[in-house]
Design a protein around this ligand. Structure first.
Ligand SMILES: Nc1nc2c(ncn2[C@@H]2O[C@H](COP(=O)(O)OP(=O)(O)OP(=O)(O)O)[C@@H](O)[C@H]2O)c(=O)[nH]1
Ligand SMILES: [Mg+2]
Length: 307
């Protein structure tokens, strides 16, 4: 399967609602009710009220000005959805020659941070990069064990300290180890935390600040991991985390389990934050690099043959 097919497969639930729904609706004659139905469909898949309303207004204008009846309105919708995503590339693509690229993973409990760290290690290893993992979730011994298991499975080192250790120190050690061993990528897991717990959010700010201050020249991404099945609640998580520390991108997990995969569109446009990867399952390979065009196409025109 190519990437487009894998995204389509991961988005199965959303695309059967949005893609099929749009194809059926677009066969109907145009009327105010028609545009309302399109808007409702977009909102139902969590594209967000603002984006839905904008898309429908743009579609209406486009159709009124359109004098080529052969042009497919689905292509127009796809292009508009793709345009809602910021395009800045991740640092591991923008600065591939500076190492270690460091990635700090943050997010609420159970969203899929540790699993994503493991999958991302696999992603980089498969591309010939060396990886080190940092177990900065020092709250629970089980959390460190979970990461060690990934490390063993993928044959990558895991930097850790004892339970209850300062997570900032672990993060710092991880980057130092990567520098000393000339490792390409350092991936740092952190403990899940509720966005409303101020002291825990302050701790993240501290971890981030420590790495940044001591090693100001390393390419440093801070990614928020969001569970896409949580819908609009993911918005509030993003807002709180963004206030606590400078995020550079997001990872949306569990897209395979929801028909509301339009949440990526809402989040990216409202917060102008690029999506780096999407999680579409629990296996090593179930983390796909995000491509706005392929994503929009998989949502809206899943049957497209790519040349
Ligand atoms: N279906 C599906 N399950 C996923 C995905 N990503 C993670 N999971 C599952 O979600 C559950 C929680 O994942 P973890 O990686 O432990 O989550 P976490 O954010 O590290 O959790 P805490 O450390 O407790 O905050 C596990 O059962 C994962 O297998 C995904 O993309 N799709
Ligand atoms: Mg975890």
């Amino acid at each position: 399967m190519n990437l487009f097919q894998r995204i389509g497969e991961g988005l199965r639930k959303t695309r059967s609602q949005l893609g099929d729904g749009l194809s059926n609706l677009l066969k109907k004659p145009r009327s105010p009710a028609f545009y309302e139905e399109i808007e409702e469909l977009l909102i139902a898949t969590d594209v967000g009220p603002a984006q839905a309303s904008l898309l429908v207004r743009e579609l209406k204008t486009w159709e009124e000005q359109q004098n080529d009846p052969k042009k497919d309105p689905l292509v127009f919708i796809e292009e508009r959805i793709a345009s809602f995503f910021p395009l800045d590339p991740p640092l591991w693509e923008e600065k591939p020659h500076i190492s270690p690229v460091t990635v700090l993973f943050v997010g609420v409990n159970g969203v899929g941070k540790t699993t994503t760290v493991g999958k991302m290690a696999h992603y980089f290893k498969a591309r010939g990069k060396s990886v080190v993992l940092g177990a900065a979730d020092t709250f629970r011994a089980a959390a460190v064990q979970q990461l060690i298991l990934w490390g063993e499975r993928l044959d990558v080192p895991v930097i850790r300290q004892k339970e209850g250790a300062d997570p900032g120190a672990v993060a710092f050690d991880t980057v130092k180890a990567a520098l000393a061993r000339k490792i390409d990528v350092a991936l740092i897991d952190t403990a899940g935390r509720l966005q409303t717990k101020h002291n825990l959010m302050a701790e993240l700010h501290k971890i981030h600040g420590l790495v940044k201050r001591e090693l100001p020249d390393i390419p440093f991404e801070t990614l928020i991991v969001l569970d896409s099945t949580l819908g609009q609640n993911a918005m509030s998580q993003l807002e709180h985390f963004q206030k606590a520390l400078p995020l550079t991108g997001m990872i949306l997990t569990k897209l395979d389990g929801t028909s509301r995969g339009g949440i990526a569109v809402s989040l990216a446009r409202k917060y102008r934050l690029p999506v780096r990867f999407v999680g579409v399952g629990e296996g090593n390979d179930d983390l796909l690099p995000f491509d706005p065009v392929l994503y929009a196409r998989a949502l809206v025109r899943p049957g497209t043959k790519l040349d």
